[in-house]
Structure formats: C-alpha cells, structure tokens
Design a protein around this ligand. Structure first.
Ligand code: ATP
Length: 235
C-alpha cells in the first residue's frame, strides 16, 4: 500500500528526516512513535505531498508518488488528518465535513455514502451538524477532523496525534474508533505520543528519533521491548 525507501527531508540545512524506510501493507494499522520533534509530522507531510522529499523513493499501491502534489495524493486515496485538527470553527459541523469530500464533489452518491459512514461512526456529529464546529468539545472536534478526512474516502489514512489534549476516557474511545475505521479496510498510519494505547490497536510500528527510524517491529515486539517501555510507555 505504502512504501518509503531512504526518504530524506530538509528544512534549509536542517535534516528533519534522514534515510527513512518504512511500509504499510493494505489493511494494516502501523504506529509511528517518537518524542516531540522526532520527525513524525514531517514524515506525514512528505507522504501527503506538503513538503519536498530531497532523496529516496515513495510508492503507493505500486506507483511512485514522489514529488506529487497534495491534490494527487488525495485522489490516490492518501488522506491526512493533521495534528491540531485545523477545523473552521465558525462553520457548521456539516460544512466542515463536506470540505473533506471536495475531491468527490461531482459524485453526490459517494458524498452521501461517506457522510452516512461518518454519522454511523460518530452519531453525535449528526446531532450537532448545524452547530459551529468551534462550539464542540475537544473530543467532538477531533471526531469532526477524522470525519472530514473520511469524507475523502481514503484508502490510506494518516492520523497525526489524534489523542492530543483529550481527556483519558475520550482517548480510549478515540482509539476504539480508529481501530473500527481500520477494520473497514482503511490502512492507517498513526503517529502518537500515547504509545501504549496506539500499540494496543496496531499491527506493527516504527520508532523515529532525530529524523531516523531507530526501531521497528510487530505490536508484540514493541510492547515487550524494554527500551520502548521505559521511553514511551513508562512501565
Ligand atoms: P511534534 O509531535 O512536536 O509535531 P514531530 O515528531 O512531528 O514532533 P516534526 O514536526 O516533524 O516532529 O519536526 C521535526 C523537526 O523539524 C523538529 O526539529 C522541528 O523543529 C523541525 N521543523 C519542523 N517543521 C519545520 C519548518 N517548517 N522549518 C524548519 N524546521 C522545521
């Protein structure tokens, strides 16, 4: 589904990613762990075409996506839900959701189908569809952000820190929902500080440090790894 080989990204003379290689098979949920500044967001921006990749190769579903613009990535089914939600607070929940389906603007059937899926997943959003997005709680706003990404009908969903700033109970529900989305066949790449909860719903994962992959493994390998437990799980 997604394959990165020796990808490097620089901001000026600063190398934010250096020779990063990773893959996600169709239907997998792959976690990206790493502390603040490790390069997780940069990696997502590279895959969504928002930053330029200086070296390496990137493929999605067998074709090169290197150097392609974000519009191409979205048409290819690669959709990012950015850190910090980035909603339009004065617009209604429904208006925010509809923005996500811009790529399917000529296909009413797809739009309606995706909206139904989003409302099935997050019934509260149907209830609050006419409310300004900015009036919702943090957890509900995160639902809008994920819902908006789903409106584009992704085959690969990039989720950047979806649990950031949410209360523990809401975090738990959020991870359950992400797992549900993954079970519908959407491949998920999930960047998280909340390592334990993220690993619990994952198939595999990578650890990024200072722009490089320092570890990779299956869910079990990473959860049982002493260094990961100390650094990211705290047990
Ligand atoms: P966080 O969770 O805090 O967002 P992250 O792992 O996602 O961290 P990135 O945001 O990818 O990390 O940042 C990686 C490094 O690149 C950091 O040192 C950051 O300061 C730097 N960086 C990010 N964006 C830019 C930019 N536009 N210009 C210069 N440096 C940047």
């Amino acid at each position: 589904m997604l394959k990165l080989d020796n990808v490097s990204v620089s901001y000026g003379s600063f190398k934010a990613l250096e020779n990063v290689s990773l893959y996600a098979e169709q239907g997998e949920l792959v976690v990206l762990l790493g502390s603040n500044g490790a390069g997780k967001s940069t990696l997502f921006k590279a895959v969504s075409g928002l930053v330029k990749v200086q070296e390496g190769s990137m493929e999605a579903a067998g074709t090169s996506i290197l150097g392609k613009p974000p519009s191409f990535m979205v048409k290819k089914g690669i959709v990012q839900c950015a850190e910090g939600r980035m909603l339009f607070p004065a617009m209604t929940v429904l208006e925010n959701l509809k923005m996500g389906s811009y790529v399917h603007r000529r296909d009413k059937k797809v739009q309606e189908e995706q909206l139904r899926n989003v409302y099935d997943l997050f019934p509260i959003l149907q209830e609050k569809r006419k409310d300004p997005a900015g009036s919702l709680s943090g957890g509900q706003q995160q639902m809008v952000a994920i819902g908006r990404a789903l409106m584009a009908k992704p085959s690969l969903l990039l989720l950047d820190e979806p649990s950031l700033g949410l209360a523990p109970l809401i975090v738990e529900q959020m991870f359950e929902t992400i797992s549900e989305i993954n079970k519908t066949g959407v491949t998920v790449l999930l960047a998280e500080q909340n390592a334990h909860a993220a690993l619990k719903i994952s198939n595999r994962g990578y650890v990024l440090e200072n722009g490089s992959v320092v570890m990779e493994g299956t869910q079990k390998e990473l959860m049982n790894n002493e260094d990961i437990r100390k650094a990211y799980i705290g047990a």
